[in-house]
Design a protein around this ligand. Structure first.
Ligand code: ZN
Length: 297
């Protein structure tokens, strides 16, 4: 993933090749092609939003709740190029393609909300919601940037899925015009972006993120940084236990009852499908910690 500026810093640009990690999302969640494209576009766009964060440990989460059968889709990225994602229904019963394209809006829906949460390490995260424009994800992210952040932005993201359900190419770019860009330069960029091939066409043809921005700006852009991107889920048994503690004694009692019939309780991380086993002893310990918390509160 690269971050760049052009036109004396008045244009910001980001581009990424997310093929490997979108493939990993597909494998982990077992998504059908239309959902692979939806979740992959969302994860790619969220990574690019992550590139706009000032610090590496800041976090941006984009949640799409459309009226389609895939249900909620969510992706979360930090400023260091790590992303994870989830989808409520990875294999909805829909036509995978429509008009020769993956049926992304058929999976996501065409109405609903897109919510961006930015956790900048302050007391309150910054949360903003817009109505979905099309459910195609790229247009919805562009609308968010234009409406909520008031930065006119071109968003081009795509995912190319092979017949065996693996991902041949995924990636894209965001180009943002900051206040002060002169009209003729803005019009030139707009015209160039309109004529650009689809991001997956560029990537499948061998373009790097630098090549994608080169098609827009020629040599006249300044590369600010380049970093690897990867799927990463920060879940752990400790985090699972902390979440259980927050549920309180009653909920833990129910888990203890369940573990007595099954031997242990299985908790699956929705982001990465990692399985954590909590034994009866783990749960008993958690119950005591929860009780101490509740009596201290
Ligand atoms: Zn996880």
């Amino acid at each position: 993933m690269i971050r760049a500026t052009a036109c004396d810093g008045l244009v910001r640009a980001f581009a990424v090749d997310s093929t490997t990690l979108v493939n990993e999302l597909q494998t982990r969640h077992g998504t059908d092609p239309a959902v692979t494209a939806a979740l992959g576009r969302l994860a790619t766009g969220t990574l690019l939003f992550g590139a706009m964060l000032k610090e590496e440990d800041q976090l941006v989460t984009v949640r799409v709740r459309g009226n389609g059968p895939a249900g909620v889709l969510l992706a979360s990225a930090n400023g260091s190029g790590e992303v994870r994602g989830l989808v409520a229904n990875p294999r909805p019963d829909i036509d995978q393609a429509r008009n020769g394209k993956l049926n992304v809006s058929g999976a996501v829906g065409t109405t609903g909300q897109l919510t961006v949460t930015r956790d900048l390490g302050l007391r309150q995260p910054y949360v903003s919601t817009i109505e979905l424009v099309s459910g195609e994800i790229g247009e919805d992210l562009a609308e968010y940037l234009a409406r909520s952040e008031q930065v006119p932005s071109a968003v081009g993201i795509g995912v190319f899925v092979l017949p065996d359900h693996s991902v041949e190419a995924a990636g894209g770019y965001i180009v943002q015009l900051m206040p002060g860009v002169n009209d003729s330069e803005a019009a030139r960029i707009d015209a160039v972006v309109r004529e650009l091939p689809h991001p997956t066409t560029m990537l499948r043809g061998g373009d790097s993120p630098e090549d994608m921005l080169g098609r827009i700006f020629g040599n006249s852009y300044e590369l600010l940084d380049r970093k690897p991107v990867r799927f990463h889920c920060p879940c752990s048994k400790e985090r699972v236990e902390r979440a259980f503690l927050l549920l309180g004694e009653t909920a833990i009692d129910e888990m203890i009852a369940e573990s007595e019939t099954k031997g242990s309780t299985e908790v699956v991380c929705q982001f990465c499908n990692a399985i954590y086993y909590l034994t009866a002893a783990d749960l008993q310990d958690l119950r005591e910690r929860a009780a101490r918390r509740e009596s201290a509160a």
